[in-house]
Design a protein around this ligand. Structure first.
Ligand code: AR6
Length: 245
């Protein structure tokens, strides 16, 4: 199998896993793909019968049916070679990706919002592991295992508290995304999901934060194949979708 076809297969599997909210082994994945009727173009592609862009359009048409779940499938040929960025609306704790990012506080010992949800879903093992990390500075990131989460890892980052915009909030928020991706690179993972860091309890304006998030993630070049923005509410999801159009 060519490298491109293998990468395409993994991307499709990542999408299916995101749709179903659980990991699939290769055989189960194939069955799901058959259900979605995209197995034929994959084998044709393997035989060199179809250009990747055409295959993508075909697959995207199948995934269209699942659009209400917020799954966007990359349509562009070039995206096979680079990292795909996708927007989902939902609960980050349910994403079956390799790593989810937590919008934590500097103690790393849990809190409200997405942090609270992640700690609840991961179980007591997570806070026990976090205790060993000695906290985390604003704009930095540290990783733990995912414990009871479907995700293998949690990357904890501390966003800035919004104080009017003249207190390095933009730089620190950009740093959260950059450092999280740096940590992710060290974990040799292929998919990662970000929440909208700082836009809840920390009060960062949503539009401004999304622009920074998209900008930082688009600069990424490394081995990660899919980056998800998981938005809790439709307003945030729409902001990201517009920015990524
Ligand atoms: N999945 C995805 N996104 C979520 C979820 C979820 N389950 N729950 C909330 N959000 P916030 P912050 C969204 O307040 O602003 C904690 O106490 C939410 O709608 O969780 O960085 C920490 O310990 C919003 O868009 O994080 C810190 O003390 C985004 O996640 C403080 O809050 C971030 O909201 C961090 O505040």
């Amino acid at each position: 199998m060519s490298k491109k076809a293998a990468k395409l297969g993994r991307l499709l599997q990542g999408n299916c896993e995101a749709i179903l909210g659980k990991r699939l082994d290769k055989r189960k994945f194939r069955r799901k793909i058959e259900l979605l009727n995209i197995v034929k173009p994959i084998s044709e592609y393997r035989r060199g019968g179809q250009r990747p862009a055409r295959l993508y359009r075909f697959a995207a048409a199948r995934f269209e049916k699942l659009k209400d779940k917020g799954i966007l499938f990359p349509l562009e040929d070039r995206e096979i070679m680079s990292c795909a960025i996708q927007v989902l609306q939902g609960d980050i704790t349910r994403q079956a990706v390799d790593a989810i990012v937590n919008a934590a506080n500097s103690s790393l010992l849990g809190g409200g919002g997405v942090d609270g949800a992640i700690h609840r879903a991961a179980g007591a093992g997570l806070v026990a592991e976090c205790r060993l990390l000695g906290g985390c500075k604003t704009g930095e990131a540290k990783a733990t295992k995912g414990h009871n989460l479907p995700a293998k890892y949690v990357i904890h980052t501390v966003g800035p508290v919004w104080r009017g915009g003249d207190n390095e909030e933009d730089r620190l928020l950009a740093s959260c995304y950059r450092k999280s991706l740096e940590v992710a690179n060290g974990l040799k993972i292929r998919s990662i999901a970000f929440p909208a860091i700082s836009t809840g309890i920390y009060g960062f304006p949503k539009q401004r934060a999304a622009r920074i998030a998209v900008n930082e993630v688009q600069k990424y070049s490394g081995d990660i194949e899919v980056i998800f923005f998981v938005c809790f509410d439709s307003e945030t999801a729409n902001i990201y979708r517009k920015l990524l159009k």
